[in-house]
Write a protein that binds this ligand. Structure first.
Ligand SMILES: [Zn+2]
Ligand SMILES: [Zn+2]
Length: 354
């Protein structure tokens, strides 16, 4: 490999990582190159890299099989959250703060935890941070980390096909929440089973969460956020339950789902116009930094899930703070030169430099 094809990331606060910028050559070779660069920057895994060769099988879409238990529970949850909205103005100040902090921490359990650490391995975390993230993740109740990461790797590898659990080609509602209300498409199970999840199976903390998930969720997502305001500062039981518990939980859920729906349907594609995911600032605001979704699907191994670092990206700020404390390390960041080369090669022309 000639020296000019190697680009170094060297920044005062990011681990130096070497990647290869894709040069201009035939499509087939390019595909190989992009796989190699992924391996170079993060050799430990590659099952979240988009598989261009996978296509949906011909034939009609199987009939939707509703899961009525989920439909009823999700309906009740959203009704409870709506009632919570009515109660917000009459909440005690501390309850409001408590709900916001709980939103932020459980959000991090998804973004910094299930997503950037466990699904993509974009950085490494020491035990105290992993403990914090697994607790935060349990507060968010979006399936255990193992299942979340399996679905998410399938979402990246088989994007916009029937093997993608929340295939955005099936519309806004399906990719937002509908996918949780029907039986999985057979391709999700079939292709999901081919993914390498050995890193997750080998991580005791992830398997521990999976074993005790149901009771842990009951405690961390519902009982604790309700009891604390009620006992500690004399909030009414109704305000504690409907605002701090149900409304806060529903808002984190919907913010996460918007990454799968809105950020796959609305926005520019400056990094790769051939994929559906898009840059969506509004989604980034709600999902603490996960709306730079065209970038993220183009470079899933970048710990910032964005070309930038702290720009509308609380999750990156959090990971960087953890790095200062020595709890996060080996953060993978794609070099500016490789990003610019990719924009030139596959972008939609909407990129504004500087
Ligand atoms: Zn991802
Ligand atoms: Zn996506």
């Amino acid at each position: 490999m000639p020296a000019h094809m190697l680009q170094e990331i060297s920044s005062s606060y990011v681990t130096t990582t070497t990647i290869r910028a894709p040069p201009s050559m035939g499509e087939q070779k390019l595909e190989k190159m992009s796989l190699y660069s992924a391996e170079d920057i993060r050799p430990e895994m590659k099952d979240d890299i988009y598989d261009h060769s996978y296509q949906d099988a011909e034939g009609p879409t199987p009939k939707l099989e509703y899961v009525w238990r989920n439909i009823i529970l999700m309906g009740l949850l959203h009704l409870g959250a709506l009632y919570g909205v009515i109660l917000v103005p009459t909440c005690k100040f501390y309850t409001w703060i408590w709900a916001c902090v709980y939103y932020l921490i459980s959000g991090l359990g998804i973004t910094a935890g299930a997503h950037r650490l466990w699904s993509h391995r974009t950085y490494k975390a020491r035990l105290p941070l992993r403990l914090f993230l697994i607790i935060a993740n349990t507060m968010a109740f979006q399936n255990d980390v193992y299942e979340w990461a399996r679905d998410h790797r399938a979402h990246h590898k088989f994007s916009e096909t029937h093997a993608d659990p929340h295939n955005s080609r099936r519309g806004f509602f399906f990719s937002h929440v509908g996918w949780l209300l029907v039986r999985k498409h057979p391709a999700v199970k079939e292709k999901g089973a081919t993914l390498d999840l050995s890193d997750l199976k080998a991580e005791k903390l992830v398997m521990f969460q999976r074993r005790y998930y149901k009771s842990a969720v009951l405690l961390m997502c519902f009982i604790l956020p309700t009891l604390v305001p009620w006992f500690c500062w004399g909030e009414t039981f109704a305000h504690s339950l409907y605002v701090a518990s149900l409304l806060r939980y529903t808002m984190v859920l919907n913010a996460t789902w918007l990454v799968n729906s809105a950020a796959h349907l609305y926005g520019y594609r400056p990094y790769d116009k051939n994929i559906n995911s898009r840059e969506n600032v509004l989604v980034s605001l709600g999902a603490v930094g996960e709306g730079f979704h065209n970038y993220h699907h183009t470079f899933p191994y970048d710990y910032s899930a964005s070309e930038y670092r702290w720009h509308i990206n609380f999750t990156t700020f959090f990971i960087d703070c953890m790095a200062v404390l020595g709890l996060a390390y080996d953060r993978k960041k794609v070099s500016k030169a490789a990003v610019l080369a990719r924009i030139k090669r596959t972008g939609d022309g909407s990129y504004k430099s500087g």
